[in-house]
Design a protein around this ligand. Structure first.
Ligand SMILES: Cc1cc2nc3c(=O)[nH]c(=O)nc-3n(C[C@H](O)[C@H](O)[C@H](O)COP(=O)(O)O)c2cc1C
Length: 328
């Protein structure tokens, strides 16, 4: 229904990409999104370097029923580069890298015939993505769930669009952060994107690996309920580069630590054991329920195919009929 350079180049029906959410986007979700005409990307997360990550080989085998990609957190992949090699043996159509330098991995990805997608959080990172030969750049706004930066989608996407137009017109642009329905897709296309990367909305889909208790909490939340902070990674001892912060639902632990990032860095890892214990006990007043501001629009946990369908149908209607304005 909506054809863009993304649908043409990636040979997909709809310009909707499922974000490679670590611990969440397994093979079943990626396969469901691709079967519905979007592009599903398996979340390789920390490349097996973090406790409790799903087995990537198993998830890739499930995803392989159709077109699929794989994504990694680039700074973590540096300590486990063999994971990329193993993932490429499954012939993903693309590799999605975020949060680090994609140039280190670019040659291997290109040699395997996969398209490179680089997610960026600030304009200063776009040079690395273009040097790495990215087929698509994802401009991720701060509204996004999970890790991210400080730029907002509405201003960041058109700025990246203009930059690409001037310096690399062949490179596709995807928008991410706060896009969960057809209004978001239509708006992103208006801002100059060729498609969207959707995380939180698919996080609450029936195929996602998200624990039910997390989405049960999320459906009661509003967009006001999320927090973006650096404190949690420091407290639980995850060595995230300092430019990235983490968005998730505010809870009791964050009521305590909000605004105390520097103190948290000084006590790096001090809550690692407590956090692991809370995860085992599913204590959501300590453990992060990871979703973005668009959680305010999430009221259910439908199949991913339904989400893809409703996003594109609504966007097509809006684009066809225009916004609810009266022109004289
Ligand atoms: C639960 C969750 C986990 C995420 N994990 C990753 C990840 O492992 N790697 C990554 O590049 N992005 C990750 N992201 C961010 C997404 O790539 C994407 O930018 C974001 O979800 C888009 O914003 P939205 O959540 O508002 O749709 C994650 C997002 C969520 C919600």
């Amino acid at each position: 229904m909506i054809q863009t350079r993304l649908t043409e180049r990636f040979q997909i029906k709809h310009p909707v990409v499922c974000a490679p959410m670590g611990f969440v986007a397994g093979g079943a979700l990626a396969a469901a999104v691709s079967a519905a005409g979007g592009l599903g990307i398996v979340g390789g997360g920390y490349a097996g370097t973090a406790a409790g990550e799903p087995d990537l080989e198993r998830e890739l085998n499930v995803a392989k029923s159709g077109t699929f990609g794989v994504g990694f957190i680039a700074w973590a992949l540096e300590s486990a580069p063999g994971m990329l090699t193993r993932a490429l043996q499954h012939s993903p159509s693309c590799v999605f890298l975020s949060f680090g330098d994609p140039r280190i991995f670019a040659r291997e990805i290109h040699a395997a015939g996969a398209a490179l997608i680089c997610q960026i959080q600030s304009l200063s990172q776009i040079g690395m993505a273009l040097e790495a030969g990215a087929a698509a750049v994802v401009a991720q706004g701060t509204e996004a769930g999970g890790h991210g930066g400080a730029r907002s989608t509405l201003a960041f996407v058109p700025e990246v669009a203009d930059h690409l137009k001037r310096h690399s017109p062949e490179t596709l642009l995807l928008a991410a952060g706060g896009i969960g329905d057809g209004r978001g897709l239509a708006a992103a296309l208006m801002l100059g994107a060729d498609g969207v990367v959707v995380g939180t909305r698919f996080w609450a889909s029936s195929e996602a690996l998200t624990p039910k208790s997390h989405t049960d909490k999320a459906v009661k939340a509003t967009g006001d309920s999320t927090i973006r902070t650096k404190a949690l990674d420091a407290l639980r001892g995850m060595p995230w580069p300092k430019e990235y912060s983490f968005r998730f639902l505010r809870n009791r632990l964050m009521d305590e630590w909000d605004g105390r990032d520097e103190e948290a860095f000084r006590g790096f890892g001090v809550l690692a054991a407590r956090y692991a214990q809370a995860r085992a006990e599913n204590d959501l007043e300590t453990v992060a329920v990871v979703c973005g501001e668009i959680v305010g629009l999430v009221e259910d946990r439908p199949p991913a195919s339904q989400i893809v369908h409703s996003i594109v149908t609504q966007a097509a209607g809006l684009l066809r009929n225009g916004a609810a304005l009266k022109f004289s």
